[in-house]
Design a protein around this ligand. Structure first.
Ligand code: TRP
Length: 308
């Protein structure tokens, strides 16, 4: 569990901004994690399939890049087919999944343990946007952080820079990263991916308000807010918002927030990079972009970065 106090403080601070905003890390309560898994299965949501295709297609080279016998640290709970492919090909000395959702983390770790009996798993419940204490036996080889799913795109470029620098510091001189990064592409495809016909992404976005109601005693009326996602080409990002359908006020504990009709809460960004743009970002944070793999449709990239 995230301490309720920091959740409350973050929500009140975010809703007090001129452009109201909420931190996306709070999407992932038990229901949010399940909805997110449903997003990954949507026909419109290409990134999951593209990343899986590129992982399948290049698994030998990816494992060689990471190096056999390394300690594999995954940011995210690792319940995916691509994590299994990587673990199977790499046979890491240890596997350290890190996730903010304790439920998703435990479930994923238990499943992986059943699939790979020989694997040493150290699950870490935590927020990888801050420095982490990673339990690590000495002499367990090189540390490789696997950060798939274009989660790095949910940070601003400035935050991504700081995150990469911090991670480089934690990995040490031999460290490496495998980072999944969604690519810039036709805006119609981008738009569809974040506005699915069945409304799963909308339910995922709105679940954040339901969680605030439940855990912080707020009174958001979910039917008075609507999911709104669009591609902002100038900034190279999908923006997700929750738009107030009417003038209304909402209480979060003893704080009251006024909404105008049409006013939005900005809940998440998903930045899209060209291969060159991401390489430049990684370079500025102290990594050498050594390898990059793409899927056959060139929709998604996996960068192999080495501490420079
Ligand atoms: N990082 C992925 C992306 O930006 C997955 C993701 C995070 C996502 N939050 C999301 C996908 C919300 C859809 C909606 O695409």
């Amino acid at each position: 569990m995230i301490p309720a106090d920091s959740f409350r403080e973050d929500v009140i601070a975010g809703l007090s901004l001129p452009q109201k905003a909420l931190p996306p890390k709070y999407f992932y309560d038990a229901r949010g994690s399940r909805l997110f898994e449903a997003i990954c299965r949507l026909r419109e949501y290409y990134p999951t399939r593209s990343e899986l295709a590129l992982t399948r297609g290049h698994i030998g080279a990816i494992a060689r890049f990471a190096g056999k016998g390394s300690t594999l640290i995954e940011y995210g709970s690792g319940e995916s087919v691509k994590s299994r492919l990587l673990i199977g090909a790499l046979r890491p000395a240890a596997y350290v999944p890190v996730d903010i959702s304790e439920h998703a983390l435990r479930r994923a770790a238990a499943k992986l343990q059943r699939a790979f009996r020989w694997l040493d798993i150290y699950a870490v419940h935590g927020d990888f946007s801050r420095p982490l204490k990673i339990p690590m036996a000495q002499g367990r080889g090189r540390r490789v952080v696997y950060f798939p799913g274009s989660t790095i795109g949910n940070l601003t470029p400035q935050e991504a820079h700081a995150f990469l620098r911090m991670t480089r510091g934690q990995l040490g001189p031999q460290g490496a990263m495998l980072v999944g990064v969604d690519l810039k592409k036709d805006t119609a495809l981008l738009h569809a991916a974040y506005n699915d016909a069945r409304g799963v992404t909308a339910a995922f976005n709105l679940n954040l308000l339901a969680r605030i109601n439940r855990e912080l005693g707020a009174d958001f009326r979910l039917r008075r807010f609507r999911h709104y996602a669009f591609y902002n080409p100038a900034r190279g990002r999908i923006e997700m918002h929750l738009v107030s359908l009417a003038a209304q006020s909402v209480d979060v504990g003893d704080h009251r927030f006024a909404f105008e009709a049409g006013e939005s809460i900005h809940t998440e960004n998903s930045y899209k990079y060209s291969v060159q743009e991401f390489r430049a970002l990684a370079k500025s944070a102290g990594f050498r972009g050594e390898k990059v793999w793409l899927d056959p449709k060139r929709q998604f990239s996996l960068h192999g970065l080495v501490a420079a």
